[in-house]
Design a protein around this ligand. Structure first.
Ligand code: NAD
Length: 324
């Protein structure tokens, strides 16, 4: 018996892109909404106050994807020249339970996280959205923009804000190569980033005592906020002004119980992306309301993305076979 080992470089060389990941993640949410997934709330260990290593298992019926991601997030890593997010993913054969592959999970994490932002925008953003605000010009927001352009064809302008000015400049240099028709602007304040933005995606470090920069009244009426960074960027007042959605309500409420995060979210959560994708709840309904999507990242997203990489790697003969 053998498994396939895929390094980060192998995963990237498999050549899967957002045009495949986005529909797969959307379908994963639909199956979740229909109750066809098994996904216990993530558990984890915390080696320092703001660091985590999480175990994220899931099984997706229909796609027959099963496995687990073991992923860490260390806010102090970038200052060491290391990525914030690192880890491994085990993909299992759903029929036999055998491990099929062990692969680096950083690319998969970014792409499925970006795709989840695309799914939020598909169901909750104004379809005529023109301006997107990006807070935190790092790995996750690179992938998020790749997804947003696919669901919001009218996007014309991207306002980029990072606490490190060179990070937003690097972001613009890279993303403008991919999307030359978009107008990119570095902005020096949170206010300039959010003013007039139809969609705002935040992906700054998750810390236990955040000082959120985005307050009530800043998101324009009709706008959509997508938080990839828990409640690090938005004040309770800002979140409570919105119709509030999440990628997993159960996990959201479970995480809130532990006390460190989500104390300021609205009492009423309007639904999750699975319910929207499955058509069980209406998404965007009026033009004057503000919308919020709290996307914590769920294992279903990983498990619908990993088989795309696995199949592409097999087809291209990429990776190293290891004895089990
Ligand atoms: N929701 C999910 O599914 C999911 C998945 C992976 C990572 N994340 C989270 O996304 C966040 C970003 O991860 P990443 O991999 O993109 O990290 P990254 O280090 O690549 O990017 C983070 C960026 O935020 C900038 N930044 C830091 N503080 C800021 C502030 N106060 N205002 C503006 N910019 C600021 C940094 O300079 C950096 O450019 C982390 O909190 C991570 O835990 C979420």
């Amino acid at each position: 018996m053998e498994l396939l080992y895929l390094s980060r470089r192998d995963v990237e060389a498999a050549g899967v892109d957002m045009s495949e990941v986005l529909p797969a993640v959307d379908e994963g949410f639909r199956l979740k909404g229909l109750g066809k997934t098994e996904m216990p709330a993530k558990i984890g260990i915390h080696t320092s106050p703001d660091a985590f290593i999480h175990a994220m298992p899931a099984y997706v019926r229909g796609v027959e994807a099963a496995g687990m991601k073991w992923v860490s997030g260390y806010p102090s890593n970038p200052s060491r020249g290391l990525p914030y997010i690192t880890g491994l993913l085990i993909l299992n054969d759903a029929q036999t339970g055998l491990p099929l592959a062990v692969m680096d999970c950083s690319w998969i994490t970014a792409m499925r996280t970006g795709a989840s932002a695309g799914v939020s925008a598909k169901y909750l953003a104004d379809p005529k959205s023109r301006i997107v605000g990006i807070l935190g010009c790092g790995v996750q927001n690179r992938a998020a923009l790749q997804a947003l352009v696919r669901v919001l064809p009218g996007l014309a302008e991207v306002r980029c804000r990072d606490i490190v000015p060179s990070a937003s400049e690097r972001y613009i240099a890279e993303m403008s190569q991919l999307f030359p028709k978009l107008c990119f602007r570095t902005v020096g304040t949170d206010r300039e980033m959010i003013d007039e933005a139809d969609v705002v995606v935040t992906a700054v470090p998750i810390v236990r005592s955040p000082q959120p920069a985005l307050d009530d009244g800043m998101l324009k009426p009709g706008g959509l906020a997508i938080a990839l960074d828990y409640d690090s960027a938005w004040t309770p007042g800002a979140m409570r002004q919105c119709r509030f959605f999440s990628d997993d309500v159960e996990q959201l409420l479970e995480t809130r119980k532990h006390g460190a995060y989500f104390a300021g979210i609205p009492d009423r959560v309007d639904g999750d992306l699975g319910e929207l994708a499955a058509g069980l709840k209406p998404g965007r309904s009026g033009s004057g309301e503000r919308y919020f999507s709290m996307n914590m990242g769920i294992a279903v997203d990983d498990m619908v993305t990993a088989p795309l990489v696995y199949r592409a790697a097999i087809a291209k003969g990429i990776g190293v076979r290891l004895p089990l």
